[in-house]
Design a binder for this molecule. Structure first.
Ligand code: FDA
Length: 309
């Protein structure tokens, strides 16, 4: 928990960001978890996964956008990315994941409307090339607005996915409300700073909450997207899917780029649908800090590989 809070606390520090990007050891961590800085890198990573029968969800890194021009730039970046994925013949394999704060949510009173409009533009472009979008979930104070955006767009784009985080107290109720027929719901533990007012801080409570929501989703007619690397939860997902008659293809497993690639392969080989979340772009710092907060061993792994290079 000490490590987790320390990494999350420095996730916005610019000086640390430039140190991290120039250090050989930490460069190894970036390269492991981020596909690259350009859309070409992301499309290449999605293509390599598709060749192995694995789907992807591509995230143009960006969050806490502070100016409307930045929100516009990121939105256009997604529109270009979707064109590139289509040109590469990958729109059947790759969707996109979008953060509401990247496309305007944090921009004051008009932010929610702007973010909804921009997510809508991205959805329209995704629909044109035959793929889907998932709206990522961010810090607890953005959850209501993010769910409102996703819900308001579902009439036009019924395939628009949303994310629930099991570390929040509210997630039992949100799961019950959102587990509608065909609703694409990604269930994860939650990657932002734990807060005893809004959510569980003990790992066992977060895991128990995950299992409760997973059971509800598997028993419903929704399309669960089981986003975890946790071997125990992956096993439980398989057991619940069998119990509630969900065949491979009625739900999917999701993991992050660079995390447990052997397990991704194993599940795909067993006939499951597996999707890997591929982040790319130069705004990788907050994303990376969350990965280190979850698992400081990631830094040790990269340090060892840098030394042996
Ligand atoms: P956790 O980190 O608790 O680890 C449990 C166990 O998994 C470990 O004990 C170990 O056995 C195994 N494990 C984990 N990492 C490993 C590694 N690097 N190597 C080997 N074994 C490892 N969060 C959020 O707040 N909003 C979002 O929108 C998303 N979106 C999202 C999409 C996808 C596809 C994924 C997989 C995750 C997210 N997340 C997210 C992040 C999520 O909330 C969470 O922070 C991470 O997935 C880490 O939690 P785990 O469930 O993997 O378990």
């Amino acid at each position: 928990m000490v490590w987790r809070n320390a990494f999350l606390a420095v996730s916005g520090n610019e000086r640390l960001r430039s140190f991290v990007s120039s250090s050989r050891v930490t460069r190894g961590v970036i390269d492991r978890f981020v596909a690259g800085e350009s859309a070409v890198d992301a499309v290449r990573a999605a293509g390599e996964l598709a060749e192995r029968g694995i789907y992807s969800s591509v995230d143009l890194l960006g969050e806490d956008t502070a100016h409307p021009a930045q929100a516009e730039e990121i939105t256009r970046g997604y529109l270009r990315l979707l064109e590139r994925l289509d040109d590469a013949g990958l729109s059947g394999w790759a969707e996109v994941s979008v953060k509401a704060t990247a496309v305007g949510l944090a921009l004051g009173a008009e932010g929610e409307a702007l973010a909804a409009e921009n997510v809508g533009r991205i959805c329209a472009a995704a629909g044109d090339v035959g793929t889907t979008v998932t709206v990522d979930m961010e810090a607890p104070d953005t959850v209501d607005a993010t769910l409102r955006i996703a819900t308001s767009l579902r009439d036009r784009f019924p395939w628009l996915g949303c994310v629930l985080q099991s570390y929040l107290y509210r997630t039992d109720a949100d799961t019950a409300a959102l587990a509608l027929p065909k609703a694409r719901i990604r269930l994860c533990k939650g990657a932002y700073a734990p807060d005893p007012v809004t959510g569980f801080t003990a790992r066992r409570d977060v895991d128990a909450s995950y299992v409760r929501s997973l059971r509800l989703l598997m028993a419903s007619e929704a399309y669960p997207m089981v986003a975890t690397h946790d071997p125990r939860l992956i096993d439980i997902a398989g057991t619940l899917a069998r119990r509630y008659g969900k065949a491979p293809g009625d739900f999917e497993y999701q993991m992050l780029y660079g995390v447990r690639p052997d397990e991704q392969r194993r599940l795909a080989d067993e006939g499951h649908k597996v999707r890997v979340y591929i982040p790319y772009g130069d705004n990788w710092y907050g994303y990376l800090a969350r990965r280190l907060a979850e698992r400081p061993a990631n830094l040790m792994f990269a340090a060892r590989s840098a030394v042996s290079r």
